[in-house]
Structures are given as C-alpha cells and as structure tokens.
Design a protein around this ligand. Structure first.
Ligand SMILES: Cc1ncc(COP(=O)(O)O)c(C=O)c1O
Length: 445
C-alpha cells in the first residue's frame, strides 16, 4: 500500500506538472547542455526545476505565467526584491558606459566606503565575484599572516563551493581529494567546550576559526548568547584569526550579525546584498591583515579576477545600500519576526512538530519535535516533509526555499507576510496525514 507521504507527493507532483508545462519542456531540453538542466544544484527541485521568466518587486513570474510571492529572494541576496527602480536605474546608466574595464573605477571605492561605514571591524576590503571566492581569500590571508595551516569551521556550515569547505565530519565531499580534509577541523556550533578542546589540542597550528553570523544553509541557526564572544576569546588566546562569514547574515543589522551580537572579528566575508542583485563577494577586516593584498607590500598575496569590482555590480551595490537604512532593516526584521510568530501559533494550534529558527528577516521552518540548535540537529528534521511543503506552498502562490528558508525583502508588505502564514496554515493542515505518518511520536506529543 502507498504511504500517505508518497500519495501526497504524487498528488503534488501531478498538480505541479499540470501547472508548469513550459518549465517541464525547458527542463527536458536543458538537460542536453546542462547537467541536471541547470548550473546550480541549489535551484534543483523534483520533479524538475521551475523556470522563471521575470521578477517584479516581491514576485516571480514563471515561464508558464504563474505568479508567486518570492520569499527566497535569490537565496537572501535581493534585499529590495526584484528590479528595484533605483537599482535598475543605476545599472542602466552604468551599462551604457561599459560594463568592465581592465583598470580601476571610482565606484569600487564608493561601495567600499559604504561598507566600512556600516561595519567598523572592516578597515580595508577587497571585492570578488562571489561569496565563495571571498571565503577562499579570507583563508589565504589568515594562513599567510599566521603561517599556520589549519582552519576550524562549524560542522555543517556552508562557506561556498570550494574544496577546503566541502568537508563534512572529517571527510572531503565526493570528488574532492581526501587530503583537503587534513587541514580542516570541525566543531559543533553553539558548543563552546568543543571549540576549546580543539584549540587546546591544536590551537598553535590554527590559522583561523570561521563562523557564520547566523548559520544559513544549515537552517538559519543563530548563535547562542556568548558563543561568538567565546570564539573571539579562544582565537585571541591562541593567536588565530576569527573570520565571520556574513555572506548571508550581513542583512540582520546595518553592521551585520557582528553588530547585533556584539563581536569584532579580524576578517569578515560578505556577498549577496552588497551587489544589489549582481554577482559579488568581499573580504574585509583589520588593516594589518588586509594590507597583505596590496601590491605595495613585500610578499603580497595574489588576488585577481577579471570581473572583480566591475562597475555594474558596484553601482548596483551602492544603490542598494543607499536604500537600506536602519529603518528599512528594522522593517524587514519585524516582518521576519511576524512570520516566525505566525508559524509558532499555527504549529501550536494544529499540534504539529513544526519549529522555526532565525534572526530578523531570515527564518527557517523545520519538521522536528524540538528546536534545532546545531546543523546536526537541523539535519535530523524531516527533509521529505519540507519538500512537500515547498511544493504545496509554490502551488498556492508562495515560493519558499526547499530547505524551509524565508528571506524577506523591503518590498514585502505585512499583508503579504500574513498571506504566507495563511498559506502555511492550510499547507500544514493538508500535510497532516504525512506528518502523522513520518513523525508520529512528535505529532502525538
Ligand atoms: C555563509 C555563506 N558563505 C558563502 C557563500 C557562498 O557565496 P556564493 O554563493 O556567492 O559563492 C554562501 C552562499 O550561500 C553562504 O551562505
């Protein structure tokens, strides 16, 4: 006999196929040139990815003409939604003047100053084209200034798609040479003793401890009180650098999670919102460390990139930050808290094991009996139920990330957030048989 979750999955996938024939056709054709029909595993979904025609403010319109409220915002990067007029105007004006030159441009300095004004721990910074490159450069600098090889990261953290960080539980990801893992130590997030133990044992060889401001890909897990300060103390005690990866978390306060949680790292990696919707990354921090990237320094570090700080990205980033004052940040954070409160209420009403974690405008739902605190705990939550929830919401007009994430933008209204809560309420009711089947003890408790 078919299980309840298989039955509901079938129902959802049939409905998805009925509503998205143009996406289905494109997905099939795209397989001929793109492995999996796309170039980004994070946008893949079963039975096939959704193909988007355009973004309009808080909404996406797919190639079949379906219009959905976008709560993913290109994985948190579109803080003002799609095609914000000020950003479009800045991009258009710059595009007419050329998109990239093999020479410096004044916009990079303007964006750098705008970031420095917000993030006091950043004296100097370098731009890249992605957050992945930013974390790579941060490691290079940390190793160069300390002369040490080891990197400590949180178990289950995501810092981009490069070999050093594609290590889990001491094992390199498939296809990556195993030796990579020899230079990485993983500790449990929100567990100060675990970090202290590793630092006690190997601290003299540790170049950097890297931590996300809010653990994003692991499920929007905020640091517990005092945890970041503990990392700060341990890194100082052992002469290692503290790197805060704020690629996602920079949006939680004007100065990022480091402002919100009151900690000053040596280096900060950034991306997403600072590019105004175009590809971007940056690494910044203490002058003594960042100066190593200056060609004026003896033994300087190599850092190139054909499109680094291209003027198109820089003007889009400047326009975005100009529109993002403390009020705008406060507004989206309140939207996120409204969403989280709504989720807690509906979970209590319906007595389902649905948790919500996050900070401000970044929230994540989990099918679990208790609130996850670490990536390991979040990974134990039910992924299939989340997949069904994503499809149900999508068919009801709300685009949530597959892993249960919501990132709200300044063009989202309170009424739209209430609409998300209403869609969640009816989706959870609809999913009840699958929830009861897959999480029976939790549902009963
Ligand atoms: C915390 C964190 N660091 C780094 C990255 C990599 O950034 P990008 O996708 O721009 O390479 C991501 C991407 O989501 C991220 O969440």
């Amino acid at each position: 006999m078919q299980s309840e979750s298989a039955r509901l999955a079938q129902e959802l996938e049939d409905e998805y196929r009925r509503c998205t024939p143009a996406s289905a056709a494109l997905a099939e054709q795209a397989q001929r040139a793109l492995p999996g029909g796309d170039t980004r595993n994070s946008t893949y979904m079963r039975p096939y990815p959704l193909y988007i025609d355009r973004g309009e403010g808080a909404y996406l319109v797919d190639v079949d003409g379906n219009r959905v409220l976008d709560a993913v915002n290109n994985w948190t990067s579109l803080i003002h939604g799609h095609a914000h007029p000020a950003v479009v105007e800045a991009i258009n004006a710059q595009a007419a003047r050329g998109t990239a030159y093999a020479a410096a441009n004044p916009h990079a300095h303007r964006l750098a100053e705008a970031i420095k004004d917000r993030v006091p721990s950043v004296d100097l910074l370098r731009f890249t084209n992605s957050g992945t490159e930013a974390t790579m450069l941060a490691l290079r600098a940390a190793r160069a200034v300390t002369g040490r090889p080891l990197i400590v990261k949180m178990r289950g953290a995501y810092h981009g798609s490069h070999d050093t960080f594609e290590v889990a539980d001491g094992v390199a990801a498939p296809g990556i040479i195993p030796g990579t893992a020899d230079y990485v130590r993983e500790v449990q997030f929100n567990n100060p003793e675990d970090l202290s133990r590793v630092m006690e044992r190997e601290g003299s060889q540790v170049a950097a401890v890297i931590v996300e401001g809010v653990m994003g890909a692991a499920g929007m897990l905020p640091p517990e009180e005092g945890y970041l300060q503990h990392i700060r103390r341990e890194t100082e005690r052992h002469g290692a650098l503290m790197v805060m990866d704020e690629v996602i978390s920079l949006r939680v306060a004007p100065g990022g999670a480091q402002e919100l949680f009151g900690v000053s790292p040596d280096l900060t990696t950034m991306g997403k919102i600072i590019g105004g919707g175009l590809p971007v990354g940056a690494v910044g921090g203490r002058a003594e460390v960042m100066r190593r990237y200056s060609p004026l320094e003896p033994g300087f570090l190599h850092h190139s990139g054909t499109f680094n700080a291209n003027p198109l990205t820089m003007v889009a980033g400047i326009a975005t930050l100009e529109e993002l004052d403390a009020d705008a940040t406060g507004y989206i954070n309140r939207l996120g808290e409204r969403l989280a409160a709504g989720v807690r209420t509906l979970a209590a009403e319906q007595q389902v094991p649905l948790q919500v974690t996050g900070t401000g405008s970044l929230q994540n739902v989990h099918f679990a009996a208790t609130q996850p605190r670490t990536a390991g705990e979040a990974a134990q939550a039910d992924g299939e139920l989340l997949r069904l929830l994503q499809l149900r919401l999508l068919l009801d007009g709300v685009f949530m990330a597959r892993r249960g994430m919501f990132a709200l933008s300044t063009v989202t209204t309170e009424a739209e957030v209430d609409g998300i809560i209403a869609a969640l309420r009816s989706a959870i009711r609809w999913l009840r048989p699958a929830i009861a089947e897959r999480l029976p003890v939790a549902a009963a408790g």
